[in-house]
Ligand binder design. Sequence first.
Ligand code: HPA
Length: 262
Amino acid sequence: MSAVSSTVGVIGGSGFTELRDLEVRQTNEVTTPYGKPSSPLSHGRIDNHEVVFIARHGSRHDIAPHQINYRANVWALKRSGVQAVLATATVGGIDSVYHPGTILIPDQILDYTHSREHTFSPLDGDLFHIDFTQPYCDSLRSKLIQTAEQLGIDVVPRATYAATQGPRFESAAEITRYARDGAQVVGMTAMPEASLAREVGLCYATVALVVNYAAGRFDLQINAEEIKHTYQHSAQQVWAILAKTVLSLADFECRPPPPIRA
Ligand code: HPA
């Protein structure tokens, strides 16, 4: 097992364009071989623990899910020396137990995205594959779950996340299909972020917040007011889990599956 550097990367999704509790010491505009990340990298501390933060949809929340430069975001975090990345995401609930306000730690992904720059392979002429049996890092997921327990915040400890192309929401038939495929929640940004993180050996896990019921579920229409209301009530809990998990990662150890070269 290798010790993870104590600097933790955080990717903030919709509604999380700034990391609360982060004392920002430096903001760096960086470029990568893949272009610019979604936002400058904010370097700072939470209680003396080093954090690097990227706003996935940009600092002004103006980058749509299909326009996000996932490769630049992941590459920039890797180059900044982090080995563990915590992400936030908002999702639609497909099952009734995943009602708005539910916080969950996904453990599986179904990928329905397309036309996104989704891999670093081949890298420097080197063709490689990754083991993606467990798309999220189990040790990091356990840390998030334990932290939520310590804080007395209910989280659902696993869920299958259907990653869709967006930016439109889904049709009712698509959601029925995803449910049949085994998904419990749906969102637009898990992929290729999770697989790119695995490709460069980052430990990666997500805290997801259900902000609406998915299209056609429970005869409710997706509405912006409901989504805003849910952020206002539950975002604080997501931040609390993230911030306290960062503090628990000083001696964190994990070993993502290495690349496979045929
Ligand atoms: N579908 C896809 N992405 C989402 C949803 C949804 O219902 N809610 C939040 N992100």
